[in-house]
Design a protein around this ligand. Structure first.
Ligand code: NAD
Length: 257
């Protein structure tokens, strides 16, 4: 199916998975709205690059999704939203009794509350258009846990739960809501963890990748941002019209363990 004439809003899409999904949905014909909390020439250049490569309309709209009003305003500024990809995310790692409250609040706001606000703002647009797709980037950590990631694991489990609610509330409409649960994907979010972990365990960065990061990913390979773009495109297709309220793992077997 083509996404020609549809608008996809992808939160947190000036890098990593969000950018990979934006590029793929634009190749499928969607007009994409890129977003992050920054507002640099490079951010806007990404949209120009996508427009030139695909012939679709791409825009960059700044919004700091730690603020609920800004999240709703992002959707209002997009003007229309047929496909909503809730992807923005951050990470912080610390034992729960040392976990900074500000980090807890930021992670819950950016990864869970923002998806509530954008979905609430986008659903009326999808209903008016008579078609819609809500795709939440959860994680293997939306289905299972690791130590030291209390806020991330809580937010991602929350996102999986909210996805189910949205699916039930839209079940008799041509709208679906699903969560993609990646294992490890090599993006800035993961790359940022490698040097510190190498220092902490006195390992080379390659040892950290194989023995620490990919330890729980049985395939011993990272998923790619292109693959996640492909899964998002599939969830937008007519073949996926009866897939709603579920999770799709892209984790090299992690959650089969
Ligand atoms: P990334 O750091 O490359 O991208 C995160 C995006 O979120 C960036 O565009 C960043 O600017 C944006 N963002 C951060 N704070 C924001 C804010 N306050 N307002 C607006 N945008 C903000 O990381 P990624 O790996 O591409 O992660 C994307 C999503 O995928 C996240 O939700 C992450 O939890 C999830 N995920 C990633 C992995 C992985 O291994 N990389 C695995 C599972 C799930």
């Amino acid at each position: 199916m083509t996404l020609e004439g549809k608008t996809a809003v992808i939160t947190g899409s000036n890098s990593g998975i969000g950018l990979g999904i934006a590029r793929r949905l634009a190749r499928e014909g969607a007009n994409v709205v890129l977003n992050s909390y920054t507002d640099t020439p490079e951010d806007h250049a990404l949209a120009v690059d996508i427009s030139e490569a695909t012939g679709t309309k791409a825009r960059y709209i700044q919004a700091d999704l730690s603020n609920g009003d800004a999240a709703r305003d992002l959707i209002a500024k997009a003007g229309t939203c047929d496909v909503l990809i809730n992807n923005a995310g951050i990470q912080h790692v610390a034992p729960i009794d040392e976990f900074p409250t500000a980090k807890w609040e930021a992670i819950i706001a950016i990864m869970l509350s923002s998806a509530f606000h954008t979905t609430a703002a986008a659903l009326p647009m999808m209903r008016a258009a008579g078609w819609g797709r809500v795709i939440n980037l959860a994680s293997a950590h939306g289905l299972t846990a690791s130590p030291y990631k209390c806020a991330y694991v809580a937010a991602k489990h929350g996102v999986v739960g909210m996805t189910k609610v949205v699916a039930l509330e839209t079940a008799q409409e041509p709208i679906t809501a699903n969560a993609i649960c990646p294992g490890y994907v090599k993006t800035p979010l993961v790359e940022a963890q490698i040097p510190d972990t190498a220092k902490k365990y006195n390992m080379t960065e390659e040892e950290v990748i194989q023995k620490v990061i990919l330890e729980r990913q049985p395939s011993k390979e990272f998923a790619t941002t292109d693959q996640l773009g492909g899964v998002a495109a599939f969830l937008c297709s007519d073949d996926a019209a009866q897939i709603t309220g579920t999770t799709i793992s892209v984790d090299g077997g992690w959650t089969a363990l």
